[in-house]
Design a protein around this ligand. Structure first.
Ligand SMILES: N[C@@H](CCC(=O)N[C@@H](CS)C(=O)NCC(=O)O)C(=O)O
Length: 213
């Protein structure tokens, strides 16, 4: 059975959520962040060379990276459910949004994380560049969700599981205000109605209300 090593308030919520959506049996092991540094604790860091979340173990396998883990679980235990294959017209949309989450959206948000944590008022060129990129990313997301209910199209998919974190829990680390993005707001409510999402968040981060508003 897979063990999902979940670091509190982190991208590993995706893996818990995926297992709940697919009804894949798993053991959940929770770890709290260091209260001072907000980094992973020592026992999490020992799990793999990067020492960052998420990590799963499956027998002798130790696997990191959200996207790799999602693909592994879907292919190995989910019978391909929640992926969109090349035979479907929205295959490219699925790939785009699945990879946009960590390929562009999360890195663009890091500028905001840095300036929030350091309390920076001054605008540094590199942070301005990331902010501009992040604004464009959120505008693209708003536009997409105005056209379709889920990132890959009409059906919920693993692209939604990748994309939700930068729209929701990531705001524990940034000052991002979503009030002027109504389609994103409606999407977050839609996701909040999913029983598997609610179960995952209740199990993974029992002390936290899902950041859907
Ligand atoms: N691209 C990686 C990003 C992993 C990552 O940055 N994880 C953060 C949590 S969201 C982490 O482990 N932070 C704690 C630390 O760095 O000690 C993935 O999605 O797996």
């Amino acid at each position: 059975m897979i063990t999902v090593h979940h670091l509190g308030v982190s991208q590993s919520e995706r893996v818990v959520w995926l297992c709940e959506e697919l009804a894949v049996p798993y053991t959940l092991r929770r770890y709290d962040r260091d209260p001072t540094t907000r980094l992973a604790p020592a026992d999490y860091r020992e799990l793999n060379p990067m020492g960052i979340a998420p990590v799963i173990t499956d027998g002798d396998l130790v696997l990191g990276e959200s996207g790799a883990i999602l693909e592994y679980v879907i292919a190995k235990y989910g019978n391909g459910r929640l992926a969109v294959g090349p035979d479907k017209p929205n295959f490219a949309d699925y790939l785009f949004w699945f990879h946009f989450a960590n390929g562009t959206m999360m890195p663009s948000e890091m500028g905001d994380v840095i300036s929030t944590m350091l309390g920076l008022k001054e605008v540094y060129p590199i942070l301005a560049m990331l902010k501009d990129r992040s604004e464009r990313a959120f505008a693209l997301v708003e536009s997409r969700l105005g056209d379709v209910p889920f990132f890959a199209g009409t059906e919920f998919s693993a692209a939604d599981i990748m994309m939700l974190f930068p729209l929701s829990t990531m705001r524990a680390f940034t000052r991002r205000d979503l009030s002027r993005l109504p389609h994103v707001g409606a999407y977050l409510q839609r996701i909040g109605e999913r029983p598997a999402y609610r179960r995952a968040m209740a199990k993974g981060d029992p002390g936290m209300s899902p950041m859907l508003a």
